[in-house]
Ligand binder design. Structure first.
Ligand code: ADP
Ligand code: MG
Length: 330
């Protein structure tokens, strides 16, 4: 069945039937606006991301369910990066009338499954016809105790730079897809089904352990630079300490030209954060408790936003930032 055989309002009704209302939702899908509340003393956190077919994804490289999952995960990641707890989800969807209803249903399933994992409720959205590409716009709202949000601007000299998980996997998967190579399953998962580090982010916020935080969507170099500039400090990263997965290391042995992807590659959705030296042990304890490795990759120094890299010989060089810009070629 095609979307045009069902129609906008029937689709919205199907979406409404699948959404379950949770805490804080007084009115969800079905009215002119959602009516929501936050726990007493919390600030509202809001983040939106767009995914455009042909720019952010190719439907022949992924499937509806993975796409729904990823569209939500990348937004949850932004709330996590603020040290917040995600709560409400909005789904804007534009598809051509000929779009396959099964693919849309799978997309919804993926999105709702991912939201459900974190008790996030789908409370609204918009549905339109697109003249061609699929356009997905996801908004997530969350909350944090007033004043406990973690911005990009709190890093101080002496803080340690830490990152969760491993870096470079998603970008490597994309490169391999682009050149028609078969993907090891681990890399495929990392690219198509990124995991938002919701628990780590929320706990770093709640326990006030991170001084600054960002999620890595554009690559370590570019995203760290956002922290350095917002905090008006310099950063020194030890190249050798950047965590790489086994699958990544195996692939780089075959093809060494991918070696710098942990520095520049995007879409890992790991958390990059700074921690006062006296709190580093507590962060490792938290990491062990939730079962998500974190790695110390550098230190914050006095300065005005410059990033430097130290190689295994100890030589230090300035970082050449090549993070992705939608309008400028790097
Ligand atoms: P309006 O004409 O005011 O834009 P709509 O008919 O688009 O209203 O939407 C009706 C209800 O359905 C609203 O609650 C809206 O948030 C919800 N809705 C529409 N599209 C979606 C979607 N893709 N996902 C979730 N909720 C949706
Ligand atoms: Mg509408």
């Amino acid at each position: 069945m095609k979307l045009q055989d069902l129609g906008e309002f029937q689709l919205i009704e199907r979406i409404r039937q699948r959404a379950t209302n949770r805490a804080g939702v007084w009115r969800g899908i079905g009215d002119d606006a959602a009516v929501l509340s936050l726990p007493e003393g919390h600030h509202l956190l809001t983040s939106t991301d767009m995914l455009i077919e042909g720019v952010h994804f190719r439907r022949d490289w992924t499937n509806g369910k993975a796409l729904g999952h990823k569209a939500v995960a990348v937004n949850l990641s932004d709330i996590a990066a603020m040290g917040g707890c995600p709560r409400f989800l909005y789904l804007g969807l534009a598809c051509p009338g000929e779009a396959d209803l099964d693919e849309i249903t799978a997309f919804l399933e993926g999105a709702l499954e991912e939201a459900g994992k974190f008790d996030v409720t789908l409370v609204g959205g918009d549905t339109c016809r697109s003249p061609g590409p699929w356009i997905i716009s996801v908004t997530v709202e969350g909350s944090a105790w007033a004043g406990q949000e973690i911005g990009r601007n709190g890093a101080s000299p002496g803080d340690v730079i830490m990152v969760s998980g491993t870096l470079g996997d998603s970008a490597l998967a994309l490169r391999m897809l682009s050149s028609g190579q078969a993907l090891p399953e681990e890399l495929s998962q990392r690219h198509h089904r990124p995991i938002a580090r919701v628990e780590l982010g929320r706990r770093l916020g709640q326990q006030q352990l991170a001084t600054a935080m960002i999620d890595i969507s554009d690559g370590l170099a570019g995203d760290l630079e956002h922290i350095l500039q917002a905090s008006e400090v310099d950063g020194l990263v030890m190249e050798d300490s950047i965590p790489r997965s086994q699958a990544f290391q195996d692939q780089v042995k075959i093809d060494p030209e991918h070696g710098d992807l942990p520095l520049y590659g995007g879409e890992d959705y790991e958390l990059l954060f700074t921690v006062a030296a006296e709190n580093v042990a507590r962060v490792y304890a938290l990491s062990a408790e939730i079962g998500l490795p974190v790695t110390q990759i550098g230190v914050i120094q006095e300065g005005s936003g410059a990033l430097r890299l130290q190689d295994k010989t100890g030589a230090v060089r300035p970082f050449l930032v090549r993070s992705y810009d939608h309008f400028c070629r790097p």
